[in-house]
Design a protein around this ligand. Structure first.
Ligand SMILES: [Fe+2]
Length: 131
């Protein structure tokens, strides 16, 4: 039986619409608050309808040299623009993009996990170092 990790998909976000895009500084000062913007479908749009959408995005930080990652964000999308007219008939839909504010005192790697209700789990990561 495969581990869950083997079911988490990775790809180039410029070629695959499900890969979370992490935008943040490459370098930050220890203890200084910075922003991490996470979005999906930056290059190739994800459908984002009431039938096909992103359920959640989770953000982790793994400090260099430590064993475990720390969770620093949990963003749930429990509403997507559902309409009384029926599935995918409404005038508005959710675009799955969030911004988290963090401060770190070690260099490390940001990891983002997201879940599409039709296409499963996706992961991306980005290194961030102390200036
Ligand atoms: Fe999808």
């Amino acid at each position: 039986m495969a581990d869950l990790c083997e079911r988490v998909q990775k790809a180039d976000w410029k070629k695959e619409k499900h890969v979370p895009v992490i935008e943040c500084p490459d370098q930050v000062k220890a203890g200084e608050i910075f922003q991490v913007k996470i979005s999906l479908g930056k290059e190739i749009p994800h459908p984002n309808t009431t039938e096909h959408h992103i359920n959640w995005i989770q953000l982790f930080f793994h400090p260099e040299g430590e064993k475990f990652p720390y969770q620093v964000g949990n963003f749930e999308f429990s509403a997507h623009g559902e309409s009384t007219a029926g599935a995918n008939k409404g005038p508005v839909y959710t675009h799955h993009e969030v911004t988290a504010s963090l401060k770190i005192n070690k260099s490390g790697t940001l990891y983002v996990l997201s879940l599409c209700n039709i296409h499963g789990l996706w992961e991306s990561s980005r290194k961030i170092v102390l200036a």
